[in-house]
Design a protein around this ligand. Structure first.
Ligand SMILES: Cc1ncc(COP(=O)(O)O)c(C=O)c1O
Length: 457
């Protein structure tokens, strides 16, 4: 089938894709939340292709049944948002429009991206002094923020890392209580090294950093420029570091404060929980995700800094044929980028502040309801108070292998998907609520599935 043929039948192809999307979305509440990986035959690259409709049919026949209901209401693994109707519509159009938002000039798309960053600032209550960029997710946002922090720290020692490299820069201390694994990954990618991460003890029974221990550690650095990483929503329990107190310490010791709020930044949407982010405006850089609680499709994340000049020193790209430094390509690892802002713009315009307040509050209430159910069960043990949208619990008496077997049975059952972790040395289980379509009706289904998947030892 030729490309010319598909060109003539473009609308039919889009209709077929629409039908496939509708069928998938319609199956989300009954489709298994997750699948165990299966080995399938390899695909073969043909001499002559089968055309778009043929490819779509082949995909559906071979793979569609094995897609997870990860955008559905009971996929509670990792921190997995779904996609709101407005965001899905926006994302489809991103492909059709196919705009490159690297540089200003020939499309309004870059303006929309800047406007969307403004809408996000308003959602999170950030002052205009924070300039942002769209990236692929929180890992990349952490990478961009830490690269900017590294530029700052080295500059204080008289070195421009972006120009001269790291060769003469002494190790830059990075301190945090419960940094997400992606912070450490970013340190590896930045050539700062995973081992530079200094883990400061947490408060007893918490994932929040012990401020006195942090104070002592910063004092011991004797004025060396350091980077402090605060967690606004730790991935295991949803606990928050005291950002305002950490900002005070950073001011005292002249350190850079980075806040990783991949999902926790959305506490700003809920007046009852916004206090968890007190001091956020004092951060030097901030990470958050779109594909988590904003409920836009993968992949979407945002980084904000109060230091655009430093940020651009790192990511600037110069060539005679490229634009000037006001272009967005000077803020991100990529030069060319997709019009990732559109799904975010659509969903923010569609549902507004109140829509996100309702969504965030509902997810937190559902997490509390699941937590209560766990506490009432004789088979499970709640390991941490439910502070936000994450429930961290254990299967009583289970070692890691038994916990894994339980999670595998749960996945096979398909009603709910949960992921493992370790909390206070115990093999634990996490349930994270961040999907717009999860409702109170899902809680009894989840609790029933949990009880029914226990095999009495
Ligand atoms: C606090 C935190 N930071 C960073 C990340 C990494 O996010 P992503 O997978 O979008 O890169 C996560 C993912 O769960 C997270 O919870």
């Amino acid at each position: 089938m030729s490309l010319q043929y598909d060109h003539q039948h473009f609308n039919d192809i889009l209709e077929a894709a629409h039908a496939a999307a509708s069928a998938f979305l319609g199956s989300l509440s009954t489709r298994p939340a997750g699948h165990t990986l299966q080995s399938l035959s390899h695909d073969v690259l043909r001499e002559d292709g089968i055309g778009a409709q043929g490819a779509l049919t082949a995909f559906r026949e071979k793979y569609e049944d094995l897609l997870a209901a990860s955008p559905g209401p009971r996929y509670l693994g990792f921190v997995t948002g779904g996609s709101t109707p407005a965001a899905v519509a926006g994302d489809w159009l991103v492909s059709a429009y196919d705009q490159n938002v690297g540089s200003d000039g020939d499309s309004i798309a870059t303006t929309v991206e800047r406007e969307t960053l403004g809408l996000l600032r308003a959602l999170f209550g950030l002052p205009e002094s924070f300039e942002g960029a769209f990236v692929t997710g929180a890992t990349q946002a952490n990478f961009v923020a830490l690269a900017t922090a590294r530029q700052w720290a080295a500059e204080r020692q008289g070195i421009d890392v972006a120009e001269q490299g790291l060769w003469n820069v002494p190790p830059i201390p990075v301190l945090g209580g419960s940094p997400h694994a992606s912070i450490v990954k970013a340190l590896a990618m930045l050539g700062m090294g995973r081992q530079v991460m200094e883990y400061i003890p947490s408060l007893p029974g918490r994932m929040a950093v012990d401020l006195q221990a942090l104070d002592r550690q910063l004092a011991a650095l004797g004025g060396m420029p350091a980077i402090v990483v605060a967690s606004a929503g730790d991935v295991n329990t949803g606990d928050f570091d005291d950002i305002a107190a950490m900002a005070d310490l950073c001011k005292t010791y002249g350190a850079w404060l980075h806040v990783d709020g991949a999902f926790g930044l959305f506490a700003a949407c809920d007046p009852a929980r916004a206090h968890l982010l007190h001091g956020l405006d004092l951060a030097d850089s901030i990470t958050t995700d779109g594909h988590k609680w904003l409920n836009v499709p993968y992949d979407s994340g945002f980084v904000f800094t109060r230091h655009l000049a430093l940020h651009q020193q790192v990511f600037k790209v110069t060539a005679a044929y490229l634009g000037d430094t006001s272009d967005l390509s000077h803020r991100t690892p990529e030069d060319s980028r997709r019009f990732r802002a559109l799904p975010a713009w659509m969903t923010l315009m569609a549902y507004g502040k109140n829509g996100y307040r309702e969504l965030v509050t509902r997810c937190c209430t559902l997490a509390q309801q699941l937590g209560q159910g766990i506490e009432q069960s004789s088979h499970f043990e709640l390991l941490a108070p439910v502070r936000l949208n994450i429930v961290c619990f254990a299967l009583r008496g289970a070692n890691a292998e038994q916990r894994n077997q339980f999670l595998a049975r749960l996945k096979e059952d398909g009603r709910v998907l949960l992921t493992p972790t370790l909390f206070a040395g115990k093999p634990a289980i996490r349930a994270a609520f961040s999907n717009w379509s999860t409702s109170e009706e899902d809680i009894p289904v989840i609790l029933e599935a949990l009880e029914e998947c226990i095999v009495t030892r």
